[in-house]
Ligand binder design. Structure first.
Ligand code: ADP
Ligand code: ZN
Length: 606
């Protein structure tokens, strides 16, 4: 009976406070379970809607919900967003004065607050644990729970200590949440946080609104600029680069070419970095060029594209980074440019790392999976989901589905490469090997008399670009390795023998000049911006109203209303408060705060 009651109350809160008509996916089930006092482990992709899974139970249960989050810089936005919908929230962290923290602590003790955000290192202090012991705690939510994993790049040693919550607060339900899906991380979370008895809620990791494309890298920056100007003029996006230097150069290049861009990496001074992050979160029409230091917890819902100018180290990283696009469910792009140099560089970074052999093998396997995704001849999404243990059919919304790559029997050209490598005694790097194949009369070739080799010029029929594409695949397939101790010279592996001797065929991806893919209307999950001219005009007007309001309130624009909500309003053209009520994202508090303004604004436009 109580359970039934909870479900009804949960739905009521969802609709009146948050303004959403229905729970998404497993949200309803999770809310019911945690509100009833159960522990839970929630695996949901970025943008899946994890926050409501602990916010609503915290409102349903007596006492204060404690949210453990590693992201101090984002706590303010999280609290702002809750206050906008009328939920009493606050945070406790090192950016506050002693007086301010004491005030929040009092509110926690007297229960005059619904949710409090704390960083793990703060939680572990005697003072904080004492406070919570002497307060009525509704639940503990452990956000970004993958930070317990020592294998991941977000590892936080303080997260491991969170197991004491179980010991000190045995009767308070705990809910751990993450968007990292691999089984290894999941097992580590369960083990480290002692969640062995928790119910596990694993959602599909598919993000159907994201279109995945991986293109051959030529002039990467130029390709990036073309992509942004052709498909995403005026949109917010993120561009990931491997090095700090490249981050800065890319941002500069984009700015010079009329795309507003900012930089973010760990080498910048703290204040500048924080300012750039805040700007990106609060404003529209900005591209953030960043290393992977940027992004965890970035809640901005209207990021329309995420680009990679360098190959990520693993599919987990790639998926998490690209997942920051399209959190609002609208169409978004994950675009990557990838080339021979990426393969060589990533392999070298593994070889030269200080890690022990076991760890290097783990890294090597992760890289191989990533290369497999880049070189696949079939649907990218099928490949991605398969990596996370999920079965799917071709998606119709990735580059290989939209423009199927042409494959060809590459046995002969591969044999040509392998024998050239053999003939030059496995002592030369890619550039030279290609020169020999193409019969170029370079200085070095003359010096080494490589123009007298039988293989000299046997590949004159293909361009350098084509040979690079083939060579890249040969390395990705593991037929050749790059020896970094010896001037990046190419070496044959054992796997090369059956190909070289004949007998084993090699299927390759045909080099293709980049073609622009036109979205297929039938593509699953792809929603085109289907506003009429008039609606678009209202939408633009609403956006500028939102920008002004956000500045006035000193909050991020999306916290007022997200694009999806504004789009619905533009279509509905409400002329009375009641017309606004049913729109997704408009709860009671926002209706009261902004309803009149919006109705007036629209009537002025009519
Ligand atoms: P996550 O933390 O899993 O990345 P969020 O909790 O930030 O995702 O939610 C992503 C977006 O989806 C937010 O803009 C949120 O308001 C919206 N959202 C979440 N649940 C619902 C729902 N049931 N109906 C409509 N929108 C939702
Ligand atoms: Zn596909």
């Amino acid at each position: 009976m109580i359970h039934q009651d909870n479900n009804e109350r949960a739905l009521h809160l969802l609709q009146t406070v948050f303004g959403y008509p229905a729970f998404r996916g497993q949200q309803g089930e999770i809310v019911g379970h945690v509100a009833g006092g159960g522990d839970a482990l929630v695996l949901m992709p970025t943008g899946g809607g994890k926050s409501l899974c602990y916010q609503i139970p915290a409102l349903l249960r007596d006492g204060v919900g404690v949210v453990v989050s590693p992201l101090i810089a984002l706590m303010q936005d999280q609290v702002d967003a809750l206050e906008e919908v009328g939920v009493r929230a606050a945070f406790l962290n090192s950016t506050q004065t002693y007086e301010e923290a004491s005030r929040i602590e009092r509110l926690v003790r007297t229960g005059e607050i619904d949710l409090v955000y704390v960083a793990p290192e703060r939680l572990m202090t005697e003072r904080c644990l004492n406070l919570f012991q002497n307060s009525n705690i509704a639940l503990f939510a452990i956000d970004e729970a993958h930070c317990v994993s020592q294998w991941g790049h977000d590892f936080r040693p303080e997260y491991i200590k969170l197991s004491i919550l179980h010991e000190q607060f045995p009767n308070v339900p705990r809910i751990a949440l993450t968007a990292t899906a691999d089984p290894q991380t999941r097992a580590e979370i369960v083990h480290r946080l002692q969640l062995g008895d928790a119910a596990q809620f694993v959602s599909s990791f598919d993000r159907p609104n994201i279109r995945y494309s991986i293109v051959e890298k030529g002039n990467g920056r130029k390709q990036l600029l073309d992509f942004i100007t052709a498909e995403h003029g005026g949109d917010c996006g993120i561009v990931y680069c491997l090095s700090r230097k490249k981050v800065e150069e890319t941002a500069e290049f984009l700015n010079e070419n009329g795309v507003r861009a900012l930089a973010y990496h760990a080498g910048m001074d703290h204040a500048k970095r924080a300012a750039n992050q805040a700007k990106f979160l609060r404003e529209e029409n900005i591209v953030m060029c960043a290393t992977i230091a940027f992004g965890m917890g970035i809640d901005k819902p209207d990021v329309r594209f995420v680009c990679h100018l360098d190959l990520p180290k693993s599919i987990e990283g790639y998926y998490q980074e690209t997942g920051r696009a399209g959190r609002d469910g609208g169409p978004a792009d994950a675009w990557m440019a990838y080339g021979l140099q990426d393969v060589v560089l990533q392999r070298r970074m593994i070889d030269e790392s200080e890690a022990d052999e076991t760890f290097k093998r783990v890294l090597g396997n992760k890289l191989d999976a990533m290369l497999g995704l880049c070189e696949t001849l079939s649907c990218r999404r099928v490949r991605l989901l398969d990596y996370f243990g999920e079965q799917a059919g071709p998606c119709g919304n990735c580059d290989t589905c939209l423009i199927p790559p042409v494959s060809f029997d590459g046995t002969v050209p591969v044999q040509k490469i392998l024998s050239t490598v053999y003939r030059v005694d496995q002592r030369f790097a890619a550039g030279h090997v290609i020169d020999v194949l193409r019969g170029q009369e370079t200085e070095r070739i003359k010096t080494w008399h490589h123009d007298s080799l039988s293989v000299f010029g046997i590949g004159a029929d293909r361009s350098e670009q084509e040979w690079r594409a083939i060579l890249r695949q040969v390395i990705a397939l593991g037929l050749l390795t790059v020896d970094h101790e010896q001037y990046s010279s190419l070496k044959l592996t054992d796997a090369a023998r059956p190909v070289l001797k004949g007998g084993q065929k090699v299927q390759l991806r045909q080099y293709q000049k980049p073609v622009k893919a036109k979205p297929s209307r039938a593509a699953k999950g792809y929603v085109e911006s289907d506003l009429s001219g008039e609606e678009q005009r209202i939408f633009d007007r609403l956006r500028s109203w939102r920008m002004g309001t956000a500045r006035e309130h000193n909050v991020a624009a999306y916290i007022i209303f997200n694009d999806a909500t504004l789009r619905e309003i533009a279509k509905a053209r409400p002329t009375a408060l009641d017309d606004l009520r049913g729109i997704s994202g408009v709860g009671e508090k926002k209706l009261a705060s902004y309803g009149d303004e919006i109705v007036n604004l629209i009537s002025e436009l009519e």
